[in-house]
Design a protein around this ligand. Sequence first.
Ligand SMILES: [Zn+2]
Length: 337
Amino acid sequence: MLPFKLVYSEKYFLPIGEHVFRADKYRLIREWLLQQQVADDTDFVVPLPASEADVMLVHSPLYVNKLMEGSLSAREELEMEIPYSPQVVDAFMLHTGGSILAAQLALKDGVCINVGGGFHHAFPEHGEGFCMINDFAVAIRALQKRGAIGRAMTVDCDVHQGNGTAFIFGNAAFKPNKLPSWAAAALGAPQGATMSEGPSTDVFTISLHQENNYPFVKPASSIDVNLPDGCGDLEYLAWLDNALSSGLRQFDPELICYVAGADPFREDQLGGLNLTMDGLKQRDELIFRAARARDIPVMVTFAGGYANRVEDTVAIHCNTVIAAAEAYRTTPSEASR
Ligand SMILES: [Zn+2]
């Protein structure tokens, strides 16, 4: 039995046909975790769909009505890059409900993983890049509205920049500001990545991503780390450590939303970074350790993952569960070492 819950529904499957986005990965993750006895049935909780009122804390009523009525324009549907159907909308509402539940359970248990979600390319008025509803942005606003939290931090480690999230929580003009990169330099990591700081409000957004990749317009996050093509484990982990330490020096969140994309993997079809499976697990460990040492609850969403072999995507996501189990089974003093 895990020391935290896994939020999952068999209805997370998105009926989008043959697609680079393998929407059966959620079911495969659950099956693998059970087969490998990482988790048992009692570790899983089933979410309810988000309410339209909660979704409208982030998305405009006009957009939500278009989703509910099926009145997106052809162009809007094209931009989403997945086919529209009422069943797909239902699945996104469920992933969003899952993220709300995961955020609530994270506050109770210290950590919670939504075996889904992470749709960080969804904007208030439109969806894009396989994302219809920005589930974890809705979760943050829903918990703020209920008075459960004031300040939250998003740590987005998907290979693609979290443009929707940055837009939703950003406000002021973008002022690039180079930060020192002691960790990367000390490790002798190749230079070439840049880190910049933008606006921050009650939600501090961090995104580590490949610079030369979708989305081509990147609204400013609080901290953006623009990684060069082919960036490997060592350099990536140094930048993550740097960005996270910098963010947590400036901002004191009551909840971290960790977007644990599997697509920085070296064999991803839509990513151009060079992380190994082990490097990705170290990434997870770094975040869980940093959060636990400071006693900040973490809710996890899984986001992208398009490895040549779907088994690899599934393994990377399962490793996130294993990393959390390892981090949260130890005592806090051990975790901070
Ligand atoms: Zn991605």
